[in-house]
Design a protein around this ligand. Structure first.
Ligand code: ADP
Length: 357
């Protein structure tokens, strides 16, 4: 039984621990060939405008931003919290083809040797977080530490372990206790000793997901993946007594948001879409509820995704949604629906940019 410790130690008031950012990708080849016009205008670091509406977020990243810009704003500030024993989660949300996997993983993990990740500017949040965590630990005075990785896929409300080579593995069961601790039965949690070990697991799991995708058309756009790095640190506190801290970061690549509310699908496909609908909409509701300090009931149990992440959403945790959009008019409807979802998740007013990090 793989246990994930509950870190909901104390409630922090307000919504300063939830960030919502938007990343606009550059035009792709097809859009450039079709001479597509820009459907969105990034009018300030926090504002984006379409022909219909102006939206506000914690940050808007323009098409020319790079992987380091995103990492530095979203993930880097979380690493110290993870090492201090707290749980953090980053979600990539958006239409298929808008850069969720590029943002989370970057490049093509199957074609790069693990060492390249450190130098490759295409490296996404997962490899950068891996390197950052080990660099930080090396700079700390710790008595002992242990780092573990798990990598799961949630497809059609069934959990599959991407670090298990058995292609016929049965779906894994999730258990939550009444304090919010999460247990996923038989989920591998691999010990890792350096960032290259983490890249190697990312590559293995990604290849397994790609194989499933080839066997089942579009499988990857209809599944969520959760890559988790858990850090246990033993260090002396101010009185010299040894304390154990456990924190983790979940990096979540969500199913394509175009799957929401598609009509006309039948049978198996309709059920799949209903499940994606439920998980993405429940996630939005959970985050909205967490930002509203008057609302006591958080609907974690309404979807498997939020059940899996229950100990990392709310309480003393940090969360960020990266909403990815295409710049082109050809995707206008999907872009608008992503911008609406992201703005509803955290209703941000146009306030001055102070104390942002
Ligand atoms: P998604 O995961 O949302 O389906 P991908 O991450 O697979 O989308 O991106 C689709 C394609 O666009 C990939 O070839 C990817 O390399 C490219 N891409 C996405 N975002 C960017 C970006 N910000 N800069 C350069 N290329 C990008």
């Amino acid at each position: 039984m793989a246990g994930q410790s509950n870190n909901q130690k104390k409630k922090l008031g307000g919504c300063q621990n939830i960030k919502v950012v938007v990343r606009v990708r550059p035009f792709d080849e097809k859009e450039s060939r079709g001479r597509s016009r820009m459907a969105v205008n990034c009018i300030s670091p926090r504002e984006i405008q379409t022909k219909d509406k102006k939206y506000y977020y914690d940050r808007v990243f323009q098409p020319d931003c790079n992987q380091l810009d995103i990492y530095s704003y979203v993930v880097e500030p979380m690493i110290n919290d993870v090492l201090a024993g707290y749980n953090c989660t980053v979600f990539a949300y958006g239409q298929t083809g808008t850069g969720k996997t590029h943002t989370m993983t970057g490049g093509d993990p199957s074609s790069l040797s693990s060492l390249d990740w450190r130098r490759d500017e295409k490296a996404g949040c997962i490899p950068r977080a891996a390197a950052n965590i080990f660099d930080e630990i090396a700079s700390m005075k710790v008595n002992d530490y242990n780092v573990r990785v798990s990598f799961l896929e949630l497809y059609n409300e069934e959990v599959r372990d991407l670090l298990n080579p058995d292609e016929r593995q049965p779906p894994l069961n999730i258990f939550n206790d009444n304090k919010g601790a999460v247990f996923i039965q038989n989920l591998n949690e691999k010990n890792v000793f350096n960032s290259n070990d983490i890249y190697a697991l990312l590559q293995q799991g990604t290849l397994r997901r790609q194989t499933a995708s080839t066997l089942m058309n579009n499988h990857s756009s209809r599944s969520h993946t959760v890559f988790t790095i858990t850090v246990h640190i033993k260090e002396a506190d101010l009185s010299g007594e040894e304390v154990l801290k456990t924190g983790k970061i979940n990096l979540v690549d969500l199913a394509g948001s175009e799957n929401i509310a598609k009509s006309g699908a039948k049978d198996k496909r309709a059920l799949e879409l209903a499940n994606i609908n439920r998980s993405l909409l429940t996630l939005g509701r959970v985050i909205q509820t967490l930002t509203d300090k008057n609302n006591r009931h958080v609907p974690y149990r309404d979807s498997k995704l939020t059940r899996i992440l229950q100990d990392s959403l709310g309480g003393h945790t940090k969360t960020c949604i990266i909403a990815t959009v295409s710049p082109a008019y050809s995707s206008y409807e999907e872009t608008q629906s992503t911008l609406e979802y992201a703005m509803r998740a955290r209703d941000i007013k146009n306030t001055p940019m102070v104390n942002e990090k």
